[in-house]
Design a protein around this ligand. Structure first.
Ligand code: B12
Length: 204
């Protein structure tokens, strides 16, 4: 990340913590005049939210600040995400789920990124692993994306994979979200085959 974006991300974080939606929006608009939307989210919004989450975790800020920062960021992200591309790429068949996690922003960003490049992607509502396995089979899904931010929910992927194997599904699973950005511990627990230490993590 450039120093410029680091400063902007810190300004954005301060605006969120003061509930100053107008200033937060101005910072994003300024950055968007020179950068791609997903770069702005990755380099300004996400690091600011990660720091805010850590500050809540360590008791430096109140839950209300964490909550309001998340809500304001969510509204702003909704406003800046690009429209779906008219191009249609139908292979591989892709679906995305949060496996019941209520953190939705990562899923929104990943879904929008794929749609803006012409990929179709099905968004699954909250289902238990058995229902999800049946749905994957019915829809002939080649690639399942999971976006989980709570560690306990991320660990559900292991259960899901067992049921997918039992059902004989060949669907590949790609997992992402905070636990995969923060710690390598998940790779062993979930049987991931690759670790990149980046927001994008691959499992098989
Ligand atoms: C915003 C936020 C919220 C908002 C959610 C708003 C919403 N509608 O989504 C609110 C305030 C409601 C909330 C609530 C809670 N939260 Co919260 N929250 C966050 C926070 C600060 C930012 C998450 C975020 O939206 N980031 C921005 C998005 C764009 O980034 P992202 O999701 O990481 O996605 C990026 C990448 O990870 C990746 N990615 C994401 N998904 C996928 C999928 C694939 C396939 C791929 C390839 C990539 C990928 O691409 C995205 C773009 O770069 C995180 C802190 C953190 N470190 O992440 C805590 C955090 C996730 N929350 C946490 C907790 C504990 C909670 C609460 C239990 C308590 C609380 N703080 O209020 C509740 C639980 C809610 C529930 N019922 O489940 C903890 C989880 C810790 C743990 N061990 O499980 C965290 C890590 C904070 C912390 N440090 O303690 N939260």
């Amino acid at each position: 990340m450039s120093y410029l974006h680091k400063d902007k991300s810190l300004d954005f974080e301060n605006a969120l913590l003061k509930f100053d939606r107008v200033h937060a929006k101005q910072i994003l608009e300024g950055a968007l005049s020179e950068n791609d939307t997903f770069q702005v989210i990755d380099e300004i919004v996400s690091p600011a939210l990660t720091r805010i989450g850590t500050a809540w975790d360590t008791g430096e800020i109140a839950l209300s600040q964490n909550y309001m920062a998340g809500r304001i960021a969510e509204q702003l992200i909704n406003e800046i995400l690009p429209a779906a591309s008219p191009e249609r790429i139908d292979y591989p068949k892709i679906a995305i789920t949060t496996l019941g996690d209520y953190h939705m922003l990562g899923k929104k960003v990943v879904t929008s990124m794929l749609r803006s490049t012409g990929h179709s992607i099905k968004e699954y509502d909250n289902m238990d692993p058995d229902q999800l396995v049946e749905k994957l089979n019915e829809d002939g899904i080649d690639l399942l994306l999971t976006s989980t931010l709570m560690l306990n929910i991320a660990l559900k992927i292991r259960e899901l994979k067992k049921r997918m194997d039992k059902r004989g599904l060949k669907t590949k699973v790609i997992a992402g979200g905070a636990p995969f950005c923060l710690t390598i511990c998940c790779t062993g627990k979930l049987g991931l085959i690759t670790w990149q230490g980046l927001p994008l993590t691959y499992t098989n």
